[in-house]
Design a protein around this ligand. Structure first.
Ligand code: ZN
Ligand code: ZN
Length: 348
């Protein structure tokens, strides 16, 4: 990863927004800008400086992971900040991440020592830098997606009537971990029969029966990058509803994939999928958005959903995940990770 390039992109943004420096504490943003994967620490980035402040637990790790940064060891809560803010007049922070208490504490501490320093809240400044993936990032996500596909093949082989959702969820998760995934990026979803009518059901003790839909939504995490995919499986012969619903979701997915082009909005691509589902009469049963960006975070920008104005650009990676959910019967969702390249979507 090219940390210097990422830092210069951030610095350009800071200049444009007229802030002297930015404090970055959100873990994925911090990793993206520094390579530091510890669970605690702050980046302070100004036009001239790149400082990583962390405590004793992470100092050795930070030396190895973030050689582009000057390290400062945190001894007391925010003392270090006073020391490095220098002549900064306007200091940006991540409004979507810091807590109210943190902001208040920071403001109070700075009022005493740096009364003229102004704190400026920012929405998604680093998240926007993360939108367009570099080739190396795409290569990692591709490996995570491949591993996830293998996990679905495995699930198809081992799933049998009478197995509980929890058991299947665990076997799939262990498969991912055995094959080199870090801790899975989100709790495995494994929902059978009527439980599959809940888009984000938690696996339960319910025993899977033949003929019913089983939604399995899983992801792998490699080098801190995630995949997020869903398949709807079935043991034996599915019923007629399954066939109709599955076919509709499959066609909605295809319509969405072909609607992806450079500069299309997330709303337009959502509409392409939704139209297919509405025509079959299931419009009200597709109650969530079509997809979301995936990268260091499992849910990140852009958003694909009704009314989304997020513009899709070459180099973005996002999910396409239409679904239909019928109370008491179950549901079907198909989710793939796609890369927008050369103006169109390719499943990765
Ligand atoms: Zn998912
Ligand atoms: Zn998803």
């Amino acid at each position: 990863m090219n940390i210097q390039d990422r830092l210069s992109r951030l610095r350009r943004e800071l200049k444009r927004k007229n802030v002297g420096a930015m404090l970055v504490a959100q873990p994925e943003n911090r990793y993206y800008l520094s390579g530091f994967s510890g669970s605690d620490g702050y980046l302070f980035v100004s036009q001239r400086e790149a400082v990583l402040a962390t405590d004793f637990r992470y100092i050795e790790q930070a030396k190895i992971e973030a050689p582009d940064y000057r390290l400062v060891q945190i001894k007391q809560r925010l003392d270090w900040l006073d020391e490095i803010t220098g002549r900064t007049r306007r200091l940006g922070f991540e409004e979507g991440f810091v807590t109210f208490a943190w902001q208040r504490h920071l403001a109070e501490a700075l009022k005493k020592t740096r009364p003229r320093l102004q704190l400026v809240p920012f929405d998604s400044i680093v998240e926007k830098l993360r939108l367009i993936k570099e080739p190396a990032e795409i290569a990692i996500i591709r490996r995570a997606a491949d591993m996830t596909r293998k996990a679905f093949e495995y699930a198809g082989k081992i799933m049998e009537a009478g197995m509980t959702e929890l058991r299947l969820a665990w076997l799939v998760e262990s498969f991912l971990r055995e094959n080199g995934s870090q801790a899975v990026p989100f709790e495995v979803i494994c929902a059978s029969g009527p439980n599959a009518a809940l888009p984000h059901a938690r696996p339960s003790e319910r025993q899977i029966k033949a003929g019913e839909p089983v939604i399995v939504d899983i992801g792998a995490k490699l080098e801190y990058y995630c995949s997020d995919m869903t398949r709807t499986l079935c043991i034996g012969e599915p019923d007629d509803t399954y066939k109709k619903v599955h076919d509709t979701v499959r066609r909605a997915r295809e319509a969405a994939v072909s609607a992806v082009r450079e500069n299309a909005t997330g709303g337009e691509v959502d509409r392409a999928a939704r139209r297919v589902i509405e025509k079959t009469g299931y419009g009200d049963d597709f109650g969530h958005g079509l997809g979301h960006g995936v990268g260091l975070a499992v849910h990140e920008a852009p958003r694909l959903g009704p009314g989304s104005r997020d513009r899709l650009k070459n180099g973005m990676v996002f999910t396409i995940e239409p679904g239909i959910y019928l109370t008491a019967w179950g549901g079907v969702r198909i989710e793939d990770d796609v890369l927008l390249e050369n103006g169109k979507a390719s499943v990765i």
